[in-house]
Design a binder for this molecule. Structure first.
Ligand code: FES
Ligand code: FE2
Length: 361
C-alpha cells in the first residue's frame, strides 16, 4: 500500500508542520495566513536584526492607487502617506503633519499633485517635502518653506508601486528590474496570495539557501540540486527538482533571482510556465507583509494544462505556509552550528550583510 501511495504523492510523510496546517481549509487558511501570532517573544529576545536592509520594496499594486487618492501605509516601523497626483505620479511622505501632527494618510486630500492635511489644510509638495500653502495664514513659517518632511523615493514597475528604503535616506543606487511577462497581454492578471510573517526578512531570505530544510519542512523526496551564485544584487539559483505533486513526481526547473533584498522573483518551468513575483515588505522588525503574485501564459492557464498550473500555485503557497510555521517563531542565531549537509548559510549571511548600513559585515 505504501508503494502505491508514494506513486500518488511523491512527498514524504510525515512532516511535522503539516500537522499544524492539515486542518486548515478555505477561509480558515486565508485567515491563518494573516492572523497575528499572539504572545510571541519580542524582536530583541529573538535577536532579529535591528536594522532593515536597504533597497526597493513593493508596497502596493499600481491599481490600488488611483489619481487623486491618498492612503495610509506603514512600513519600516514608519507611518506613511502615499498618494497619486492628477499627473499620475505617485508620491510618498512621512504621515505626520509638521503643524500639529495629524496623520495625513487618514482623511488627507490630493490637491492637484500635492497633499493637503485634513486638520488645518496645510498643503505639502511631495517632491520637495515643503509646505506650499496655508489657506488661513498670511505668511508660511520659514521652517516649513524649506524641506521639513521626509520624502520617500517611489517608482512603478511590473504593475507595482515600489518604495526605496535607506536608513540614512541615501538616494537609490539601482533600479527595479522590469519583467516582460508583467506587461504581456498574453499572460494572465496576477493571482495574489497574502500572508503576514511574524519574523525577519533575513530569516526568510536564508530559506532559499537552506537546502536541508526542503526535505524536512516541504517533504521533497530528495534534497534539491541547486546551482547557486551570489551576485552584486543578491543571489540567483537554478534548481532542478523532482517536484512532488498530487499526481506524482515531475521534473521541473525553478529559477530564482533577486535584485536587492526587496525584489525577488522565480520562474518555474516543467509543470507549467509560471512567473512568481514575491512582494515582501517589512512592516516591523518582526512583521513582513508578503504577497505572492503569480502570472502564467493565458494559453496554459486556460488550456488542458490549467488544472496543473493551478495545482502548482497551490503547492508553492503551501510551501510558504510550511515555512511560515517556522519563521513566525524563529530566533536569529548569529553563530549557527552548521553541518556538512547544510547549504551555504555563512556565505549567504556575509553577502546579505552588504544591505545593512550599521551592522554590515
Ligand atoms: S495638523 Fe496638519 S494642518 Fe494642522
Ligand atoms: Fe522553504
Amino acid at each position: 500500500m505504501a508503494d502505491i501511495d508514494n506513486h500518488l504523492d511523491a512527498r514524504v510523510p510525515p512532516v511535522a508542520v503539516w500537522q499544524v496546517l492539515e486542518k486548515l481549509r478555505g477561509q480558515d487558511l486565508v485567515d491563518w495566513r494573516k492572523a497575528e501570532v499572539a504572545n510571541r517573544p519580542s524582536p530583541d529576545e529573538r535577536n532579529l536584526p535591528r536594522e532593515f536592509p536597504f533597497g526597493w520594496y513593493p508596497v502596493l499594486l499600481s491599481s490600488e492607487l488611483e489619481p487623486g487618492v491618498v492612503k495610509p501605509l506603514r512600513h519600516f516601523s514608519t507611518e506613511l502617506a502615499i498618494w497619486r497626483g492628477m499627473d499620475g505620479k505617485v508620491r510618498m511622505t512621512d504621515a505626520y503633519c509638521k503643524h500639529l501632527g495629524a496623520h495625513m494618510g487618514h482623511g488627507g486630500t490630493v490637491d492637484g499633485n500635492q497633499l493637503r492635511c485634513p486638520f488645518h489644510a496645510w498643503r505639502y509638495d511631495g517632491d520637495a517635502g515643503v509646505v506650499t500653502d496655508i489657506p488661513y495664514a498670511r505668511v508660511i513659517p520659514p521652517q516649513v518653506k524649506r524641506k521639513c518632511i521626509r520624502t520617500w523615493p517611489v517608482t512603478e514597475a511590473n504593475r507595482l508601486i515600489w518604495m526605496w528604503y535607506h536608513p540614512h535616506e541615501a538616494a537609490p543606487t539601482w533600479e527595479v528590474l522590469e519583467h516582460p511577462e508583467a506587461s504581456d497581454p498574453e499572460w494572465t492578471d496576477y493571482e495574489i496570495h497574502e500572508w503576514n510573517v511574524w519574523g525577519s526578512l533575513q530569516n526568510m531570505a536564508e530559506n532559499g539557501v537552506d537546502f536541508a530544510h526542503f526535505k524536512y519542512i516541504h517533504g521533497t523526496a530528495t534534497f534539491p540540486e541547486a546551482e547557486l551564485k551570489f551576485h552584486e544584487f543578491g543571489r540567483a539559483a537554478v534548481i532542478k527538482a523532482k517536484m512532488g505533486t498530487p499526481m506524482g513526481e515531475v521534473d521541473g526547473t525553478i529559477a530564482f533571482d533577486t535584485k536587492g533584498p526587496g525584489q525577488s522573483w522565480t520562474r518555474f518551468t516543467g509543470i507549467s510556465e509560471t512567473l512568481l513575483i514575491s512582494c515582501l515588505a517589512p512592516v516591523e522588525r518582526d512583521q513582513i507583509n508578503a504577497r505572492f503574485l503569480f502570472t502564467q501564459p493565458k494559453s496554459q492557464a486556460a488550456g488542458p494544462m490549467g488544472g496543473l498550473a493551478r495545482a502548482m500555485i497551490r503547492d508553492i503557497c503551501k510551501q510558504f505556509d510550511q515555512d511560515k510555521v517556522v519563521w513566525d517563531r524563529q530566533k536569529f542565531e548569529p553563530n549557527p552550528i552548521i553541518c556538512d549537509g547544510d547549504g551555504p548559510i555563512p556565505k549567504f549571511r556575509k553577502e546579505y550583510a552588504k544591505f545593512y548600513v550599521e551592522q554590515g559585515a
